[in-house]
Ligand binder design. Structure first.
Ligand code: PEP
Ligand code: MG
Length: 575
């Protein structure tokens, strides 16, 4: 029977394909006494060898997509599987205790994990414990005959269904086969949504319970344009979705004609249209979509995709590749923004009650334990600066003194490099993200010291509204067009201009077609968004008059009480 549901339209496009459930299976089992020891040992051997072949395929794919070094973790996993000592001990347990292979596997691997984890000061041993834990899951799944989801093993067209997708899950998705994804949680500004737009994979998020409604292999139709999801669509519904997909493709082709066009309004005012990236690989999409700059390079993916802190050299290569790829066009690099929903397997972040309000981003960089990694990143950036037009910004700044402390470290590292004879570009602009209301309120003071602002509305809205950007239940409060948010943005833009500085925006609001007319009116200088929104925004700006948008934003700022009133006003002014 056909079922219809609606989630948040998070990445444009349409797909009709079979469901692939990316959910952790139940790996619980009962300990039972066995008589046939040989049979149990044969089950163990079969599970070990099946796990070995799965890992080999995953590793080969990872080498192709991420490179030899990033795939090395799978070698470590295969070494665990091939360890004769561990296998012998599991078999010995089956023999001596007459228990099933599941029970023996768990007993022995738990013992190894406890030993390795006990060596607290030894990061290498801690990693081995994590490897054993991962590998055990795969062997256990094979023993129990359940599927451990492995996106890398997908080799036919599917729609991924999951509770949520981590950035590294998303990065592993192969666009040839993954036609869309649908999740229980998340919204337009969650990182899975941002990645989906970068990869141009249609996505519907925040459906609450899609993982319970759909079964493996069930046919689904998904629209990332409307947020609609249909399970077991009828042939007519399938045609409707296909037609919507074709209409969207035709619209995209029309926008594509603007790739090399200037971004000017109907009355000739220029705005800078920039794109957000997560990895050097994304630069291609930035150029293909005709962006004039990179307004946000989220460097934390460099840290999240690694097994250990990326070295100065690794970072230098990544920044250089991005700067060269942009061929002299500006690139705003944000220093690492770890914490919140972004954790690192090799860096111990404390458990916190409110991670989004906790120890994250610049707060880590300015702490004793973050100092070395912050300096390494700044050195890599400074060295790369000669390869293009680099701008640096710090995330999550609340206090003027935080900016001063970060700037001081930057100046120290710059002076050291120059003393060492290393060439560094002149005129590197150093700015901050405005994503905490305190900084937005005090923008006039910040503007005296920084070179630019980039407004991070994804966080600014959640902190202003006190509504978690990932939480479905409070998503009605997440209102980019609320007059309170517009007033904060206006305050920031006017404060920048009063000091002769520029203000941009790199939160998702910058590419929101309802918000763009308001932001043009407010006088935002730079709009940085998912690369795939750039051409659509250029088309919109071309047909609007900047003076009229000023009138619109003034009205919204002074006369509106609700988001609905603002939206109605935008419709009236942009018809
Ligand atoms: C923001 O907060 O708006 C932003 C651009 O940063 P992130 O989405 O990475 O938190
Ligand atoms: Mg942010």
């Amino acid at each position: 029977m056909t079922t219809m549901l609606k989630g948040i339209a998070a990445s444009s496009g349409v797909a009709v394909a079979k469901a692939y459930l990316l959910v952790q299976p139940d790996l619980s089992f009962e300990t039972v006494t066995v008589e046939n020891i040989e049979n149990e040992e044969a089950r163990l051997e079969a599970a070990l060898s099946a796990a070995q072949s799965e890992l080999q395929i995953i590793k080969d794919k990872a080498v192709d997509s991420l490179g030899e070094e990033a795939a090395a973790v799978f070698d470590a996993h295969m070494m665990v599987l091939a360890d004769p000592d561990m296998t012998a001990q599991i078999k010995a347990t089956i023999e001596s205790k007459k228990v099933n292979a599941e029970a023996a596997l768990k007993e022995i691997t738990d013992m190894f994990i406890a030993i390795f984890e006990g060596m607290e000061d030894n990061a290498y041993m801690q990693e081995r414990a994590a490897d054993i834990r991962d590998v055990t899951k795969r062997v256990m799944a094979n023993l129990l005959g359940v599927k451990l989801p492995s996106p890398a093993l997908i080799n036919e067209e599917v729609i991924i269904v999951a509770e949520d997708l981590t950035p590294s899950d998303t990065a592993q998705l192969d666009k040839r086969y993954v036609k869309a994804f649908v999740t229980n949680i998340g919204g337009r500004t969650s990182h899975s949504a941002i990645m989906a737009r970068t990869l141009e994979i249609p996505a519907v998020l925040g459906t609450n319970n899609i993982t319970e409604l759909v079964s493996e292999g069930q046919l689904m139709a998904v629209s990332g344009l409307t947020g609609e999801v249909v399970l077991d669509p009828t042939p007519e519904q399938q045609s409707e979705f296909h037609a919507a997909g074709e209409a969207y493709a035709a619209q995209k082709a029309e926008w594509a004609a603007l790739k090399d066009a200037e971004t000017v309004t109907a009355d000739g005012k220029h705005f800078e249209l920039a794109a957000n990236i997560g990895t050097p690989k994304d630069v291609e999409g930035v150029n293909d979509n005709g962006a004039e700059a990179i307004g946000l390079y989220r460097t934390e993916f460099l840290y999240m995709d690694a097994q250990d802190f990326p070295t100065e050299e690794d970072q230098y290569e990544a920044y250089k590749a991005v700067l060269e790829g942009m061929d002299g066009k500006p690139v705003v690099v944000r220093t690492m923004d770890i914490g919140g929903d972004k954790t690192l397997p090799y860096f111990d972040l404390p458990e916190e009650m409110n991670p989004f309000l906790g120890w994250r981003a610049l707060r880590i960089s300015l702490s004793n334990s973050g100092d070395a990694m912050f300096r390494t990143q700044l050195r890599a950036l400074l060295r790369a600066s000669v390869h293009g037009t680099l701008r640096i910004m710090f995330p999550m700044v609340a206090l003027v003194t935080e900016f001063r402390a970060a700037k001081k470290i930057y100046d120290e590292e710059k002076a050291k490099l120059i003393a060492e004879g290393v060439p560094v570009a002149e005129n590197i602009e150093v700015g901050i993200m405005i994503e905490i209301p305190a900084a937005a309120m005090l923008a006039d003071q910040f503007a005296k010291e920084v070179d630019f602002f980039s407004i991070g509305t994804n966080d600014l809205i959640q902190y202003t509204m006190a509504a978690d950007r990932m939480n479905e239940q409070v998503s009605y409060l997440y209102q980019p067009y609320n007059p309170s948010i517009l007033r904060l943005i206006n305050n920031v833009v006017k404060a920048a201009h009063a000091e002769g500085k520029w203000a941009g925006m790199c939160g998702e609001m910058a590419g929101d077609q309802t918000a763009v007319p308001l932001l043009m009116g407010i006088g935002l200088d730079e709009f940085s968004m998912s690369a795939t929104s750039v051409l659509q925004t250029r088309a919109l700006m071309k047909r609007l008059d900047s003076k009229k948008m000023e009138e619109l934003s003034n009205k919204a700022l002074t006369e509106c009480a609700t988001m609905e009133e603002v939206v109605a006003l935008v419709e009236e002014y942009t018809k």
